[in-house]
Design a protein around this ligand. Sequence first.
Ligand SMILES: NC(=O)c1ccc[n+]([C@@H]2O[C@H](COP(=O)([O-])OP(=O)(O)OC[C@H]3O[C@@H](n4cnc5c(N)ncnc54)[C@H](OP(=O)(O)O)[C@@H]3O)[C@@H](O)[C@H]2O)c1
Length: 492
Amino acid sequence: MNHRDLPRVLVAGGTGYIGGGVLEVLQQQGFWVRALCRAPHRLQEPSRCNDIFVGHATRPETLKGLCQGIDVVFSSIGTRSFRRKPTLWEVDYQGNLNLLEAAKREGVKHFIFVSVVRGAEMERLSPIAEAREKVAQAVKESGMDYTIFAPTGFFNDMAEFFFAAQKRGAIRLFGEGLGKINPLSALDFGEEVARVILASEWRNTVREVGGCETFTHRQIAELAFQALDQEPQIHSLSPWAVSLVAALLRPFNYNAYALFKFFEFVARTPDVTGEALGWRRLEDFLANLAQGMSPIEAERALRPSPRANQPEDSTSLGAVEATSEVSQSAKARLRARFEHFAQLRAKYGTAQAIEMLRASLPERQKTLMNPFIAGVPLAEGFRRSIPIFEQLGMEMEVVDLSNQDKDAVLEIQRVCPYRELAAEFGLSSPCQITCDLEVEAIPQAFPDLKGRILSKLARGDCVCLFKYERESDRHHKEENHGSTSDWQSQCA
Ligand SMILES: NC(=O)c1ccc[n+]([C@@H]2O[C@H](COP(=O)([O-])OP(=O)(O)OC[C@H]3O[C@@H](n4cnc5c(N)ncnc54)[C@H](OP(=O)(O)O)[C@@H]3O)[C@@H](O)[C@H]2O)c1
């Protein structure tokens, strides 16, 4: 599938951290993307945008034609600045409402907006949350399909801990730092945005989201010092002190006041975690920062690791409750697929419902599998994915079938988590809406990869067996697994 078959997306906020991550993933996945920006040179890779629209979200007269030919608008525009002007009401609120109007006027079908975690609770205390929640409400009432993401802190916020430790040798926490948070990578978030654009089951939802590991703020400060190999120097600023600073700032600098009210909320709230997404690990990200990489480079350099989400490793500095939360969220996703199918079936009949699922699968497969299998042998990629399958209660083994010509792998699954769901939703077998479609989508998602199902638990076999193969990448094997002669002698 190329971008002619995919929705055309406008990204607003693409010069920033969150929008930059979303833009990068959408570009990689072949979406046709237009970026709205004030200064195109601030885009990470302007040449990879299909179109750049120069305009100011805060000046509606500059937005004419912005959404022409666009199916989906994503916006993360907002000010996180201590500068006095423009205020967050001009940017976070009015700027996003201007985009919403432009989208409505020009027939956009789906609006995706980034608010903040616990926005409804926070809006009484924090003007940032108030402004973004008001926009979220307007998006819901716009008549367009919507997805509101309410994310917890991102890796870029956690990088601030690291830079404070690096520059000042000390980190000051708001409150005691015992509140829980599961920080999210912008690239993991971008992958979820891509999924949401393609899969209609996430339309008209508000989702509080975070990353795959949960920490206290204090643990994150400790991780930052660990990455720098320094003794932790951690101080606390009481919520009352944060509130006082905010009150003192208010008459002179509204944006600074609003940021301190936001910090106060975080200091007072024991849990700002969201639904666990993605696989990128904070500890690895901080280790990359310590190598001198910028935050975005540090995220790009992350690779899936078998340690992700495993409790014995994630407790090294005390990540808490990662596994059960991920598992709950993963199970909810499995169920969502069957619920979505049931809704389609009620409306269009079984055959049409299956066709509609089939249409969305190649992109979904690309999103899910690419981070694992790009640039590594299949067996290595599949092994790295085992923790994710384990979250679903599956027992997976991987056998490397590669030979001189083929990079090939056998995936063995001893437990099918779909069988009970299939029975509950009145299907004789789950395969027709799950693995059959997924394997069938492989050549569209990855033209060089072939997949086959060799045996099925749901048909009475003792395991599900999947075989995947592609032409061997000799160059790759030589680079990663020793010289050609080593490799040939292993084959001999
Ligand atoms: N990062 C987090 O941890 C987090 C968590 C939850 C929610 N959020 C929300 O998401 C928003 C974006 O976060 P981020 O980390 O991506 O921020 P960021 O890196 O500062 O990016 C902000 C984006 O908004 C644009 N913008 C700022 N002022 C503007 C103005 N006056 N007119 C037009 N565009 C303007 C910027 O464009 P220019 O490059 O042209 O300035 C940039 O593209 C935040 O404001 C926050 O409310 C953030």
